[in-house]
Ligand binder design. Structure first.
Ligand code: B3K
Ligand code: ZN
Length: 893
């Protein structure tokens, strides 16, 4: 396989300002006529060939300026078409055919549920027609779609110009997108669809039409999506001054889709899971996810589409920035209409959720064989680099710039970015340069040169904190020291490779022994929180007027994506957990305490000792559970035990079954010792009446259902009866799934299996609910490889639908520690089988699953050996896709 390097970037020798595409759509043979205006760039060599990408296409004809091209003027190879001897400016016309019905990769043009859809990012357009499939070639598109009347809705990017009926009975429509775009933003949709729409006025007073398309019959499930779109549009106007630039903006839901959604210009295509919702079928998490993904794709219209990426190494330019924007959007929506204290708590809840996700997915990635900087230096398959690092760590790197510049400064930097680059394909450096232009105005003695290292160095820095207190001088000295050894590809560079220090904004507070915030004099102000900017390997800060040794509250709001290394005592953690005025750090202290408990329990388990939870920990949890000043949503986060994935990062040798037992023990022990308090929380947080996905009732449900799971795990009081009652009376999917999950995981007798069967019968026609049904079982505590295989035999199971594959196979392999990591190795053999089966259908999805064994070398020896064997088995398979090959070969290197 070929490795592509960032340093090898070359501009394309031609401009392609105009493209006309005409489609004769038919499932088994779609003909595409692509007519492009090409102009050799001023500096390019006169004999530079026009090299176009193509994949799985049948060439019908190629012509230049209206004449067929003689055979010696072009060369067709497996993945490209090169045209030679072109005049400096020419009209090139290529006719080709593809077969959408046979396309199981879901890249390019494909059929789902009898309708046509496209997915082009990153390199899918080349499966539609021969073209310069790279983001720095930007063209204006005019698209003609022709199809039989059984495809009445015909959509593409931009504005609708004309619609007519052809003499042969087919329909024809023409679309035009006025904004030049790279081909990865092209989209078409054709088929039978219903839609919901509304018209809104933009800030500058233009009327724009917003539409959400979905399967006939699903009209009642698109209200939340359309409302979310309106909120996103308003938010981008008010927070960033960015308006919708088209007269029309469409979202289309599709059931077969490789990821969450796609920001095609004016025609977003969405996984139905991120569009369809009603109280009966969608959970609170689904509602939140829909709002956030709709925001994300909408925000791409500026950060991604108007300003796009020069090459795919710059992916985080649009993804990190847009994730940061969607996170802020969600936080603002959650805090909307609340008083200051409630809003701070709501924002902390969002921050906690984002950090939990980062630690569970990105930290392990950054410590494993696929570790890469947010702007990778090389790849074999770009589809493998839509990673937690590029997205979520990328968003953290943007957030740090926001922290360093402040809200106003960041906004000024964004304005400058658009002033400089609107309509261009640019690099991450261009973004930082725009931000830096503001930063240096704020601080004439500083710049972002050290900060830029976040873009080229991988790994999670570890920041060691040393706190010295001098009682005589009433002075406290904080020493920060950072360390980040080479990871992933950096290690191959050899012993000579030296990483330089990062620029780390590190927010700290100090508490006295009664938990009161100490005022800190720092950077010309007196505040509870000081933002320390660590730019060297080690630096010191002095705080005066501190009478006794304080308790430090570190990395408040998670001000940088780093690991903090500080030896708090358990008493100090309990104090922070009860008093820290920073809600994020307060949560963190409890998590650290719980982590220590579970790791100690896992060790005891490995040593065959009896398990025992410390009273001080239980009391800390009791205090959180019963603190009337904390709202339910926050308490649900504060009381949630750290995930097995996060805990695994803290083990020298990862032992998932031991962790699972330890975590389960603590959950049950908390349920036993705090039974009365959990029962109270269960009763106090019922949400009768009409369902609303708003943060306050959703927070109550989260706390109530957490309480239920503890009571069930402990088999306390009449927990099973509570769960059964909740299941039978639930007025929404959140409560019904929570009860069913508690029953399936911790219940006894026949009820759970009967409930599962009834649940399926009730929802068998709703694909998204059936996915939940598979997922719940795949991750259940008692599910073994054997159970997973039986579930695969269910008539509703298919590997071809990514949501279904994710709900069963991925849930089992990624979220079922006991089943997947059984010491007999059968989980790994199952994984290998499924990776190969998926690879034959859909390499992008297969490669995602392949990553489940990334960190095999850090597991206990008994698991490491069969994991390695499974990886080797996959690697040895003939005909692996480039996608899977890259993952397994890097894992084994
Ligand atoms: N930009 C798309 C991701 C496309 C991934 C293709 N392998 C969705 C998003 O980030 O908004
Ligand atoms: Zn995105």
């Amino acid at each position: 396989p070929v490795t592509v390097h960032r340093k090898d970037y070359q501009p394309y020798p031609y401009d392609i300002p105009e493209v006309a595409l005409a489609f004769d759509l038919a499932p088994d043979a779609t003909e595409v006529r692509c007519t492009m205006q090409v102009q050799r760039k001023p500096g390019a060599s006169a004999d530079a060939a026009l090299v176009l990408d193509g994949e799985d296409l049948e060439l019908v004809s190629v012509g230049v300026n209206g004449a067929a091209l003689p055979a010696d003027s072009y060369r067709l190879s497996e993945h490209s078409l090169a045209l030679y001897g072109l005049p400096s400016s020419a009209t090139v016309e290529i006719v080709s055919r593809c077969k959408p019905s046979a396309n199981s990769t879901l890249m390019g043009l494909y059929v789902s549920g009898g309708n046509f859809f496209t997915q082009c990012e990153a390199e899918g357009f080349r499966r539609i027609t021969w073209f310069a499939d790279r983001p720095d070639v930007m063209s204006r598109y005019r698209v003609t779609l022709r199809a039989q009347p059984e495809y009445p809705v015909l959509l593409s990017n931009g504005n609708l110009l004309a619609t007519r009926q052809l003499p042969d009975g087919r329909n024809e429509v023409e679309w035009e997108d006025p904004f030049p775009k790279p081909c990865y933003l092209f989209a078409l949709v054709a088929g039978k669809l219903t839609h919901r729409e509304t018209t809104v006025k933009t800030a500058s007073g233009r009327d724009v039409l917003l539409q959400v398309y979905s399967d006939p019959g699903s009209e009642s499930k698109t209200e939340w999506a359309l409302d979310s779109l309106v909120r996103a549009l308003r938010w981008d106007e008010s927070r960033f001054g960015l308006e919708l630039d088209l007269d029309r903006f469409m979202i289309v839901a599709v059931h077969d889709f490789n990821m969450g959604a796609m920001e095609n210009k004016g025609l977003n295509i969405f996984n139905a899971a991120y569009v369809l919702a009603d109280a009966d079928t969608a959970t609170d998490a689904n509602y939140e996810g829909i709002e956030s993904v709709i925001g994300h794709e909408y925000f791409h219209n500026w950060t991604g589409n108007r300003v796009t990426c020069r090459d795919w190494f710059q992916l985080s330019l649009k993804e990190g920035l847009t994730v940061f924007r969607d996170q802020e959007f969600s936080a603002d929506m959650m805090a909307d209409g609340m008083d200051a204290a409630a809003a701070a708590s709501a924002r902390a809840v969002k921050r906690i959720d984002d950090v939990v996700a980062l630690r569970a997915a990105q930290f392990p990635e950054d410590a494993g064989p696929m570790a890469h900087p947010i702007r990778p230096e090389s790849y074999q398959e770009i589809g493998n680099f839509y990673t937690a690092t590029v997205y979520e760590k990328g968003a953290e790197v943007i957030r740090m710039q926001h922290t360093l510049l402040g809200e106003e400064g960041f906004r000024a930097g964004m304005d400058e970015y658009f002033r400089r680059h609107d309509g261009q394909a640019v690099t991450c450096d261009d973004f930082v340069a725009a931000m830096e232009s503001v930063y240096v105005r704020q601080h004439p003695d500083r710049d972002l040169s050290v900060f830029r290292r976040w873009y080229r160095q991988a790994g999670t820095p570890r920041v060691n904190v040393k706190l010295d207190h001098d009682p005589a001088a009433r002075r406290c000295t904080v020493t920060l020291t950072q360390e980040c050894p080479p990871v992933g590809v950096e290690r191959k560079a050899g012993a000579g490779y030296v990483k330089a220090p990062f620029h780390i904004p590190f927010a700290v507070g100090l508490l006295d022994r009664d938990g009161r915030a100490l005022p800190l004099r720092h950077a010309g102000a007196v505040q509870d929180t000081a933002l320390l900017e660590l730019t060297q390997q080690s630096q010191q800060w002095v705080f005066e007027d501190i009478a006794e040794r304080p308790v430090p509250s570190l990395l408040r709001d998670f001000s940088a994506p780093v690991i903090v290394d500080y030896g708090w005592t358990n008493e100090e953690l309990a104090l922070l957990s009860a008093h820290d005025s920073n809600p994020f750090a307060r949560w963190e202290a409890g998590q650290e305490f719980a982590t220590r408990q579970i790791l100690a329990l896992a060790e005891a388990r490995q040593a065959g000792k009896t398990l025992h939870a410390e009273a001080a920990f239980i009391e800390t949890w009791r205090a959180l559970l019963t603190d009337p000043a904390l709202d339910a949503a926050y308490r649900a986060r504060a009381l949630a035990l750290p995930s097995e994935k996060t805990l695994a990062e803290r083990m020298q040798q990862v032992d998932p079954p031991a962790l699972a037992v330890a975590r389960d023990f603590l959950r049950a022990e908390l349920g036993r010792q705090l039974a009365a308090e959990f029962r109270q929380a269960f009763d106090d947080n019922q949400t009768p009446g009409e369902y609303s996905p708003a943060p306050v009732p959703a927070g109550k449900r989260a706390l109530k259902n957490l309480a239920l799971s503890h009571l069930m795990a402990a088999c306390e009081l009449d927990a099973p009866r509570l769960a059964e009652q909740q299941y039978e009376k639930a007025g929404n999917m959140t409560d019904s799934m929570a009860a069913l999950s508690a029953l399936v995981n911790f219940g006894q007798g026949e009820y759970p299996q009967k409930a599962l069967a009834a649940f399926y019968d009730k929802w068998r026609d709703n694909a998204l609910v059936v996915d939940k049904w598979f997922a719940l079982q795949a991750a259940a505590r008692s599910t073994t490889v054997q159970t997973a295989r039986e579930l695969m035999q269910h008539p509703a199971f298919t590997l071809r639908n990514p949501n279904r594959a994710r709900s069963l196979i991925f849930q089992f392999c990624l979220n079922n520690a006991r089943g997947m990591h059984h010491p007999d190795g059968t989980g790994y053999a199952f994984w290998a089988e499924q990776v190969l089966a998926l690879d034959a259908l859909n390499p992008e999805i297969a490669a995602r699953l392949a990553r489940a064994l990334d960190n095999w070398s850090r597991f206990v020896p008994a698991l490491r050996t069969p994991m390695q064997a499974a990886l080797q088995q996959v690697r040895a398979h003939a005909g692996l896709s480039r996608n899977v090959q890259e993952i397994v070969s890097k894992a084994l290197e």
